[in-house]
Design a binder for this molecule. Structure first.
Ligand code: PGA
Length: 348
């Protein structure tokens, strides 16, 4: 039953000499606060006792002690029901803060344990394979107990894997149709550039019209590739079709083919960031290029993101500036090279 506070307890509180919170720390318990929260929420001592698996006399006794420690009654009768007094409301507000802080602490502690071990399955586009291992490497240095699997494939297969919930998280382009089952977070830029051999007559030229490119031998990615779709759409929008000399299913193979003089191709600038091509590849300055695209971090809303995946997601977002810096470096390298090539061709 609700109890009034004993007046002498209030005096003891005032005379305690310590500050108020110290008094409360010594004279109240978390269990009493939990009880008060339940009584206010449920509007009944009996129901609070049931919820917390206690007897009603125990609940009454604990609330009496709490009331004595606070120095004021916490509940009053209104007809056949009870309601908190002003002091009771204040204590209730503080209880909620304290209990919610404790509950967040529990989640954080569980999370810390969870990240000691775990598994991350990542599916990435072929263009993201140039950065994903680096991000994973940095992630695994922080969380060494996590096992990681990385699937690298083209857009069509990534979409299939996304639909089949095969991986926790994807690095891909924008899924085409708006889909409220999918969470899509814009990520690093993924510019599409035209690459030729450094020996190519167009290397070093400025503002090459797309028309001129349509006359070159083109090396195209396989069907199902996002790059392929983007290139074909870009030509089609200008009423052009590239002259496809060969199709290859790998960006690396395409770079070799370009160096081998088999043609020119559209590639993600990311595939050139580690370029040790020794100056054997050149970026062409083509009108309308680079096609500025973005990667996205994507996952199915239908499946709760694991703690590990959520942590990796945030880690990757924080890592984005490094990726941009790498891109800017690659661009500057190729621009420098273009200037040298252009100076050379104009002096001969
Ligand atoms: P792809 O995708 O591997 O499917 O060509 C790459 C991209 O769109 O960046």
């Amino acid at each position: 039953m609700p109890q009034d506070a004993a007046p002498d307890a209030a005096e003891a509180r005032t005379q305690s000499g310590g500050n108020g919170s110290d008094y409360l720390i010594r004279h109240t318990t978390l269990r009493q606060l939990q009880l008060l929260e339940a009584i206010v929420r449920l509007g009944s001592f009996t129901r609070a006792a049931e919820e917390l698996f206690l007897t009603q006399p125990t609940v009454s006794m604990q609330i009496k002690k709490l009331s004595e420690a606070i120095g004021a009654p916490l509940f009053r009768h209104v007809g056949r029901t009870i309601e908190p007094t002003d002091a009771g409301r204040e204590v209730h507000a503080a209880c909620r803060d304290i209990l919610s802080t404790l509950s967040n602490l529990e989640i954080k502690l569980a999370d810390l344990k969870g990240l000691k071990r775990g598994r991350l399955r990542l599916g990435v586009l072929t263009t993201a394979k140039y950065v994903a291992p680096e991000i994973l490497g940095a992630f695994c240095r922080v969380y060494p107990g996590i096992d990681v699997s990385l699937k690298v494939t083209n857009r069509e297969h990534i979409l299939e894997r996304l639909m089949g919930h095969d991986d926790d998280l994807y690095v891909m382009g924008q899924p085409r149709e708006a889909n409220d089952q999918i969470e899509t977070i814009p990520f690093a830029p993924n510019p599409l550039v035209i690459v030729a051999s450094a020996e190519h007559p167009l290397a070093g030229e400025r503002s090459i019209p797309l028309q001129a490119l349509a006359e070159e031998s083109f090396i195209l990615r396989e069907s199902g590739s996002g790059i392929r779709d983007a290139v074909l759409a870009h030509f089609a929008a200008a009423g052009l079709t590239p002259r496809v000399r060969m199709q290859l299913g790998s960006n690396e193979a395409i770079k070799r083919a370009i160096v081998g003089g088999l043609g020119i191709a559209a590639l993600s600038l990311h595939s050139l960031t580690l370029e040790s091509g020794g100056g054997r590849l050149a970026l062409l300055d083509v009108e309308g290029f680079p096609i500025m695209r973005r990667w996205h971090l994507v996952y199915s809303k239908g499946r709760e993101l694991s703690l590990v995946a959520r942590t990796f997601l945030n880690f990757a977002i924080d890592y984005e500036p490094e990726i941009r810096a790498r891109l800017a470096e690659a661009e500057a390298n190729f621009d420098g090279m273009r200037d040298r090539l252009s100076a050379r061709s104009h002096s001969t």
